[in-house]
Ligand binder design. Structure first.
Ligand SMILES: Nc1ncnc2c1ncn2[C@@H]1O[C@H](COP(=O)(O)OP(=O)(O)O)[C@@H](O)[C@H]1O
Ligand SMILES: [Mg+2]
Length: 151
C-alpha cells in the first residue's frame, strides 16, 4: 500500500533535526526548526533551499516541491507515504541514489524515502549532491533558489 489513505489528515513530524514538518492532507510543509539551536536552524534553511532547487528540477527521484519561500524559510512538498523499515530492508538504496549522471544525496534510512503515486522518491534530500550533471552548479546562477531551476 503506497498511498496516503491510512495517513492522518494532519500531523507534525519532529523526526528530523533540521526541519519541522507539518503533514496536511496531500502536502508536507517544511520549516527550519529553531529548538535545536542556531546551527541546525541554519542547516534547515539550507536544506529547504537545496530541496527547492532539486525538487523543482526535471531530475527524477526527488519528491516534488510545489511551493517555497526564497531563502529556505518555508517549503511545500507533495506528501509521500514514508517508507517503512520493512520496505527499506528490501530497497536497493544505492542503486536508487546513484544515477547515471547524478546522485541523490539522501541519508540511507527509511524515513528519507517515501512513496508517491506508486513510485519511490527521496523526501529528505537537502544536502548538496556530490555528483551532478556536468555544468550543473558552475556559473549557473539560475540554480539560486531565487530563480528558476534548470534541467
Ligand atoms: N514530503 C514528505 N512527505 C511525508 N513525510 C515527510 C515529507 N518530508 C518529510 N517528511 C517527514 O518529516 C521528517 C523530517 O523531514 P526531513 O526532510 O527528513 O527533515 P530533516 O532535514 O530535519 O531530517 C521525515 O523523516 C519524514 O518522516
Ligand atoms: Mg531527515
Amino acid at each position: 500500500m503506497s498511498g496516503l489513505a491510512k495517513q492522518p489528515p494532519l500531523a507534525i513530524s519532529g523526526r528530523g533535526v533540521t526541519r519541522l514538518v507539518i503533514l496536511a492532507g496531500p502536502w508536507a510543509i517544511k520549516a527550519p526548526r529553531p529548538d535545536y539551536g542556531w546551527r541546525l536552524f541554519l542547516h534547515g534553511l539550507l536544506c529547504n533551499m537545496t530541496e527547492a532547487v532539486f525538487g523543482r528540477s526535471a531530475l527524477e527521484g526527488f519528491c516534488p516541491v510545489v511551493w517555497h519561500i526564497p531563502g529556505g524559510w518555508l517549503l511545500v512538498q507533495r506528501r509521500a507515504r514514508v517508507m517503512t523499515e520493512a520496505e527499506f530492508a528490501t530497497f536497493d538504496v544505492a542503486a536508487f541514489c546513484d544515477r547515471e549522471t547524478y546522485q541523490i544525496a539522501a541519508e540511507t534510512k527509511a524515513d528519507s524515502f517515501g512513496w508517491i503515486d506508486g513510485q519511490v522518491v527521496a523526501i529528505d534530500y537537502g544536502e548538496p549532491p556530490h555528483r551532478l550533471p556536468v555544468g550543473w552548479w558552475q556559473g549557473n546562477r539560475r540554480l539560486s533558489a531565487f530563480r528558476e531551476p534548470i534541467g
